[in-house]
Ligand binder design. Structure first.
Ligand code: NAD
Length: 377
């Protein structure tokens, strides 16, 4: 019995063990296979509705395509018949092997062309644009992580600020450029006390350098929209998790250590709340942004719009893994925030973004992928 079935059975759900949904994320690799049917959620139909109106299925540049979100976005686009040009510098911030696995899966598609390059190499970007003539860019390459930005500030300035400027300049110089969709972050809200976080709230007090670079991306994009008419949508992602997820993030670290019976570090004595968002929902939001015919620059929150208690999140992982966590409570970390919670009313209205996967569905999916990818070998 897989974790999702086991978990839902324990919640007295009527799900049958064999019921599966052919997902838009179907593929042959571990974890990207059919997503189990849970209740009435039909992820495939929703995603297909979003994308069918995008008439121009020409080439799209996806930066950071070997990263967690970039991989899922590129994979979805390829499965929908788009041609994708992917760029990633395959940096060693976390397991290169995981980035290679993702890239290998993308390389199975004949409409995918991968370049191992740095977005800070502007000369290369212009050659790429000339060769492939893409008119849309989904920019997801960046140096992520709040804690790492305290020890490695220069990498954040390089990849996130200079890199973003390069992408904006590229947009400016592409003939008939259509749309830039880029990653911002919930971290721009800093210690915002007003909940849920609204795009109307002030975001001029970031509490980590990572957050400051993301905020600067939004401001630079606004300037380019104003000066040069570059249509750009910034997406403030809220703690994304799911298959092929990032090993530096809590959902992955908790799952790994619980399986390995090692302690997990839980900050602020566990008194934290996070708006955990499943990767499928994020892909769906990115597609909504790509499709939107909004002119100018705008930012949206992409979150599940539920602030989950971290302790409950851990409890669900424990249940799926079938082991108890050994918890090592720690004080609050510099740059971290106590709670994130997205107001998604704008994204719902303009992008048709309605997240469908809560932690009781998403965690079992993630744990199943983890088992298949790391433990079945
Ligand atoms: N995952 C989340 O919860 C989350 C939350 C908020 C914002 N974001 C943002 O979403 C985007 C994607 O995040 P992710 O979770 O997929 O991270 P990721 O680290 O898995 O993916 C980023 C990819 O970009 C590549 N990259 C980094 N610097 C580069 C450079 N200079 N040139 C070329 N490639 C480069 C990396 O090798 C990596 O594969 C990032 O901008 C991140 O800041 C993510």
């Amino acid at each position: 019995m897989d974790s999702i079935t086991k978990f839902l059975k324990s919640k007295n759900s009527s799900i049958s063990e064999n019921s599966t949904l052919k997902s838009s994320f179907s593929g042959t690799a571990a974890g990207v296979g059919a997503i189990p049917l849970v209740g009435a959620i039909d992820i495939t139909a929703k995603l297909d509705n979003v994308i069918e109106d995008v008439i121009d299925r020409s080439k799209i540049l996806v930066t950071g395509c070997s990263g967690f979100i970039g991989f899922h976005v590129a994979k979805y686009l390829l499965e929908q018949g788009f041609s994708v040009v992917g760029i990633d510098n395959m940096n060693k911030y976390y397991s290169k092997q995981l980035k290679e696995s993702r890239t290998k899966l993308l390389n199975r598609h004949k409409n995918f062309k991968f370049y191992e390059e740095d977005i800070c190499n502007y000369g290369f970007l212009t050659k790429l644009a000339k060769k492939h003539e893409f008119r849309d860019i989904i920019h997801l390459a960046a140096q992520p992580g709040v804690r790492y930005s305290i020890e490695n500030p220069f990498e954040y300035e390089r990849s996130n600020v200079q890199g973003h400027l390069n992408i904006l300049e590229l947009c400016r110089n592409i003939k008939n450029f259509n749309k830039l969709v880029y990653a911002s972050s919930s971290s721009v809200y800093g210690n915002n006390k007003k909940l849920p976080f609204s795009t109307q709230d002030r975001t001029d007090e970031p509490i980590s350098l990572y957050a400051a670079t993301k905020k600067s991306n939004e401001m630079m994009s606004y300037t380019y929209a104003h000066l040069y008419g570059i249509n750009a949508i910034g997406l403030r992602f809220f703690t994304v998790y799911g298959s092929y997820g990032r090993p530096d993030m809590a959902p992955f670290k908790f799952t790994k250590n619980i399986f390995e019976e090692k302690p997990i570090d839980v900050y602020n004595m566990g008194n934290m709340k996070r708006d955990f968002t499943y990767i499928n929902d994020i892909v769906y939001g990115v597609m909504g942004a790509l499709k939107s015919n909004f002119i100018g620059h705008k930012v949206y929150n992409l979150g599940n719009s539920k602030a989950e208690d971290l302790k409950e999140f851990i409890r669900v992982i424990e249940e799926c893994v079938g082991k108890k966590a050994i918890i090592n409570y720690q004080p609050m970390q510099p740059g971290d925030v106590e709670e994130t919670f997205a107001d998604i009313s704008d994204a719902k209205q303009d992008l048709g973004f309605i997240p469908a996967i809560d932690i009781y569905t998403g965690i079992p999916l993630f744990v199943d992928w983890y088992k298949e990818y790391y433990l079945a070998k």
